[in-house]
Design a binder for this molecule. Structure first.
Ligand code: 0CH
Ligand code: SF4
Length: 333
């Protein structure tokens, strides 16, 4: 009896050389998952509209999807009618924003990632001990604004090694550093080294501020970028961790790296002469957008993607306590 194994597809010589490598882990981290579910559950429980201060996470597809379900995204709390419910984004807010919400009689749900809150606590502790705090991060980023607001008189922003010469502190022996959670690990270490050269007594944060998800996604893309002709990073342009992934890929040896919001932004010419394409996504990116990129590549003769695992992740955060309480009261927990 013969078994028909089917006819293998006929590949052109170019197609036979091709590979698609998929970073693992990639996409949603525990803090993003929690923040997005928070808005979804708030919409289910309280009904539309639910206001959200700033983008809940920096992804335009996530934001437009939640908008279509009744979320209203605002820049500041004065755009929220009094008495309404407002969710704070995963990136965190300063104490001043909490105070403003109380003053305006708003019901708040805080979707700040617990790992961002941890950095806020570190800032408060260093400030209470009267340290000058050097916060490594990007000017204007919501997370930097929120963390700085915890101790504005003690914190100054350092964007990179070039800023170090201009740092002015009260006592060079009482200086500590903290960072945004979504920076490049390697770049941040360069900045810290430059700071330490100026201030040898520099105090480190009690644990890594660049979070596990940022670190794991950078390690994963390094692993598959070094042999790639092209790296595609899925993520929005204002997503710090996504933008960093494209930079890290180039530093790791990728011949080219592009960030796209989705497959429609991939340019055909990027694929010219390309055999190995490596794909990843930022911590705020829904997996269906990565699937769209893989389908785009498949339509152009690239094979199924091979996942390359460099770390396992199992962290899950409980929903914000104020939402859990209301879910319980409504018998929906
Ligand atoms: O990478 P950033 O911080 O711009 O933010 P994102 O793309 O919304 O990813 C989630 C991180 C949220 C706070 O750490
Ligand atoms: Fe939290 Fe890290 Fe995700 Fe930011 S990237 S939401 S700090 S887990």
């Amino acid at each position: 009896m013969s078994t028909d194994l089917g006819t293998p597809p006929v590949l052109s010589p170019e197609e036979a050389e091709r590979a698609v490598l998929l970073a693992a882990p990639r996409g949603y981290c525990a803090g993003v998952d929690r923040a997005v579910i928070t808005v979804e559950k708030a919409l289910d429980l309280y009904g539309a509209p639910v206001y959200v201060r700033k983008q809940i996470v920096h992804n335009k597809h996530v934001v437009s999807n939640l908008e279509s379900r009744g979320a209203i995204f605002v820049e500041e709390l004065d755009e929220v009618p009094s008495g309404q419910t407002v969710v704070f984004s995963a990136h965190g807010v300063s104490p001043q924003v909490h105070e403003q919400a109380v003053a305006r009689g708003l019901k708040t749900i805080d979707a700040t990632c617990p790992l961002v809150t941890k950095v806020h606590h570190e800032a408060k502790r260093f400030a209470a001990d009267d340290y000058d705090i050097l916060l490594i991060g990007h000017e204007g980023h919501e997370e930097v604004e929120g963390t700085s607001g915890e101790a504005p008189m003690h914190i100054q922003l350092v964007q990179g090694p070039d800023d170090v010469a201009n740092i002015d502190v009260r006592d060079p022996k009482k200086v500590a550093w903290l960072s945004q959670t979504t920076l490049s690990v390697d770049e941040t270490m360069e900045t810290v080294a430059a700071i330490r050269e100026r201030f040898p007594d520099l105090l480190d944060p009690p644990s890594d501020d660049i979070c596990y998800a940022t670190q794991n996604r950078q390690l994963a893309i390094k692993e598959i970028a070094k042999d790639a002709d092209l790296v595609i990073v899925v993520g929005s342009s204002n997503s710090s961790n996504s933008v960093r992934l494209a930079e890290v890929a180039l530093e790791a040896g990728a011949k080219a790296a592009h960030r796209v919001d989705d497959a429609t932004e991939i340019r055909e010419e990027w694929l010219e002469g390309v055999d190995t394409v490596s794909v990843t996504s930022g911590a705020s990116v829904p997996e269906e957008l990565v699937e769209g990129v893989l389908a785009f590549l498949a339509e152009r003769g690239y094979p199924d993607a091979q996942a390359v695992h460099s770390a396992e992740e199992s962290l899950i955060f409980a929903l914000p306590p104020e939402l859990r309480r209301d879910l319980r009261a409504a018998g929906r927990s």
